[in-house]
Structures are given as structure tokens and as C-alpha cells.
Ligand binder design. Structure first.
Ligand code: 5GP
Length: 189
């Protein structure tokens, strides 16, 4: 998506070797008008897939998934990852290793919000090693539901996330694929 590549070039910056910061429009401040176009693009890509539910993960996936839901007219479910003091045992859980935090955490989705006959579109902001997306796939499959696809805003193509998810037999669509990046020079595929 050309518009997204331009936005990343203009407002994003590279941290260290492999972190791309897009806090200006996605991960801290949210450019809602721009993100609407992202939602529309996900709808264009997946509208034939008979999606019944959109699943994402807190926190940054929520804004993206909500934008897509405006076009699909479907509810968004987000996996919780922050510990809660309100116990809920009726959940599907999966362990996810965080690329940015270098630690593992459990994601949880209430059994109320994914059902066996669902065709789920998984949406997230970034695809790096594919751990977050794989955890979401695991949760959907525990429910006996089907993953209809994975939609990603920014894929770092030099990391193995796409292969991890495609090896699970799942279609992956990314709106921008970063082939390489260093300060001041982001190259897209
Ligand atoms: P993965 O599980 O694919 O290794 O990493 C994906 C998750 O880590 C995303 O949900 C995202 O929150 C975070 N992440 C991975 N790489 C980046 C990055 O370069 N920039 C930002 N802002 N988040 C990232």
C-alpha cells in the first residue's frame, strides 16, 4: 500500500537494528483518518472470505482491528495480555514470546467470544517472528474455529513471521513489507 509506505517513510523511524517506531500514527498517537484507509484495505483483501469475527491482541492491534470492523460490520475481539485481578477461568489461553519485551506472557480470550463455526480474521500492527499471530491462531483453533487469514499492517520481511504463519496453512496479507531498514533508509519489498 503506497500510501502506507509513504507514511512510514515520513513519520516512522528505526530503533537499533530491528525495531520500527510508528508512534506518530499507530502505536501511541493514532491517525484515525489514515487508519480508516488501512481498515478499508483489509476489507478489500478479505471480503470474500466469509469472515464472521475479527480477532486482535491488546494494545496496538485494537485500533487497527476496529478500523477494519467498520467495513466488515463485524465485532472485534481482542486477546487480553495484561494480568487482570478479575478472575475468568472460562478462557482459551496461549503463551506468546514478546519480540519487543523479550519475555513471555499469556494471552486470553473468553470462550464466549469465539465459537466453533466462526471464520476469524486475525489482525495485528506488526509481524516480526510471528509469535503473537501464532498465539492468536492457537486460541482460534482451541475453539474449533477457522482462521480465515492474517492481516498485518507492517511486516518486517527480514524476520521469519510470514513463514511461521504460512507453514500453518494460513493466508497472510501485509499492507507494507519492510525488506531492510536502517536510520533514514527504509526499503520496502
Ligand atoms: P512477533 O510476535 O511477530 O515477533 O511480533 C509482533 C508483535 O511485536 C506485534 O504485536 C508488535 O506489537 C510487536 N512488534 C514487533 N516488531 C515491532 C516493531 O518493529 N515495532 C513495533 N512498534 N512493534 C513491534
Amino acid at each position: 500500500m503506497k500510501l502506507l509506505e509513504e507514511k512510514i517513510r515520513k513519520e516512522g523511524y528505526v530503533l537499533g537494528k530491528d525495531i520500527l517506531k510508528v508512534d506518530a500514527f499507530l502505536n501511541h498517537q493514532v491517525d484515525v483518518e489514515f487508519m480508516e484507509k488501512i481498515g478499508e484495505e483489509f476489507h478489500r483483501l478479505f471480503k470474500e472470505e466469509g469472515i464472521t469475527r475479527i480477532l486482535t491482541i491488546e494494545a496496538s492491534g485494537i485500533a487497527v482491528a476496529c478500523m477494519a470492523s467498520r467495513y466488515f460490520k463485524l465485532p472485534v475481539v481482542y486477546a487480553k495480555k495484561y494480568p487482570s485481578y478479575v478472575p475468568d477461568n472460562d478462557v482459551y489461553q496461549s503463551e506468546v514470546y514478546s519480540f519487543t519485551k523479550k519475555t513471555s506472557y499469556n494471552i486470553r480470550v473468553s470462550k464466549k467470544y469465539i465459537k466453533e463455526n466462526d471464520r476469524v480474521l486475525i489482525i495485528d500492527d506488526f509481524l516480526a517472528n510471528g509469535k503473537a499471530a501464532a498465539g492468536l491462531v492457537d486460541v482460534v483453533r482451541q475453539a474449533g474455529a477457522t482462521v480465515a487469514g492474517v492481516g498485518i499492517v507492517i511486516e518486517k520481511g527480514f524476520q521469519p513471521g510470514r513463514k511461521t504463519i504460512e507453514d500453518m496453512g494460513i493466508r497472510v496479507e501485509s499492507l507494507a513489507i519492510v525488506e531492510s531498514m536502517e536510520t533514514g533508509n527504509i526499503i520496502f519489498k
